[in-house]
Write a protein that binds this ligand. Structure first.
Ligand code: FMN
Length: 330
């Protein structure tokens, strides 16, 4: 049976790209889409920023037809601002609006937004209701297990937010206090799936970085789909590898050097197209080591990639990488 969010049909067991600030921008989303991801989200967008018309927030609203289905993720601490931001985000015409109640970072969570709403479920519920009322689009939520070990309350959150109309819930199996440390624990996610009161799709998130983990956790935790973040950075093939395994039971070979170079170049070209040459080249620097992770003696090439200031130089380093490693890695 297909997983559905409103009218959006996500297929049998969707793989979602996690919203990631400074990572899941249109160039990165492009290479994930090429590799079979079923649904994507923008980076989180500040409701206050949208209302102020801040350029950085506005730019994050840019979405493209080929990206569908795509959700715009917003966050904030003020209910009226979230209402207004929902209206603005809806005008950008995404397929859904997602609310971030998971961000643990101090300047978000400590200003009463993101994961801090886990400490005030009444406010979280009122805010969610306001967002649902402010758009004709489906609204989804992404959150964590709770604020800390003593207050793991995502089970209550799931019921209350479903009652005010959210149409899917993604749970990162950590508390706010854990930030990104320790291991994600998905057992509470399974409890929510098993709650007979819960009818909306529940997506599991946190630490999925291999075909084996995706396959095992799908069975063990009974989720409707999996959201992947960090493991896709520099390795968008993770989506096609997991999908291929689910469809055929077979494990695809990993990307060749030529494929890595090719996807890296596509990412760079899209970066330049969308951000302009200077920023596009600069912001791509954080991705190179991920694309070529595990390749021995790569440092010299990485240094060249991150110090090159024009596209022609970067392309020739990438050619050199193909030539140097293709035979070696074959
Ligand atoms: C660099 C980075 C930026 C992130 N930005 C966001 C964000 O904007 N919105 C959000 O809901 N979560 C954000 N997250 C959390 C991820 O969406 C995800 O929940 C987390 O990384 C756990 O999943 P993973 O183990 O598959 O990476 C971010 C994580 C990282 C590493």
């Amino acid at each position: 049976m297909s997983v559905k969010i409103g009218n959006i049909d996500l297929g049998k067991f969707p793989l979602l790209l996690a919203p990631m600030e400074d990572v899941s921008d249109p160039p990165f989303r492009y290479v994930c889409k090429q590799n079979g991801v079923d649904m994507m989200y923008t980076e989180f967008i500040s409701s206050e920023g949208l209302i102020r018309d801040a350029a950085k927030s506005r730019q994050k609203l840019d979405i493209f037809e080929y990206e569908r289905p795509i959700g715009i993720q917003i966050f904030g601490s003020n209910i009226e601002s979230m209402r207004e931001a929902t209206r603005i985000a809806t005008l950008a015409n995404p397929d859904l609006i997602d609310i971030n109640y998971g961000c643990p970072v101090k300047n978000v969570a400590c200003r009463g937004a993101g994961a801090s709403l886990l400490q005030d479920i009444d406010k979280m519920t009122a805010m969610t209701k306001a967002v649902v009322e402010s758009t004709h689009l489906p609204v989804t939520v992404k959150t964590r297990l709770g604020w800390d070990d003593n207050t793991k309350n995502v089970d209550q959150v799931a019921e209350r937010l479903q009652d005010v109309g959210i149409q899917a819930l993604t749970i990162h199996g950590r508390t706010r206090s854990q930030m990104y440390k320790g291991q994600a624990d998905w057992s509470m996610i399974r409890d929510i799936k098993r709650n007979p009161r819960i009818g909306i799709p529940i997506f599991g998130n946190g630490d999925v970085d291999s075909i084996e983990k995706a396959a095992n956790w799908r069975l063990e935790y009974e989720v409707d789909g999996i959201m992947i973040g960090r493991a896709a950075i520099g390795y968008p093939w993770i989506f096609r590898e997991i999908k291929h395994f689910f469809e055929t039971g077979e494990t695809l070979a990993g990307p060749t050097i030529a494929e890595r170079v090719d996807v890296c170049l596509t990412h760079l070209n899209k970066s330049i197209e969308w951000k302009g040459e200077k920023t596009g080249i600069f912001e791509m620097r954080r991705h190179y080591s991920n694309y070529f992770k595990g390749i021995p003696n790569f440092k010299e090439f990485r240094m060249k990639l991150v110090s090159s200031e024009n596209v022609a130089d970067i392309r020739s380093v990438l050619d050199e990488i193909t030539e140097t490693f293709e035979a070696e890695m074959a």
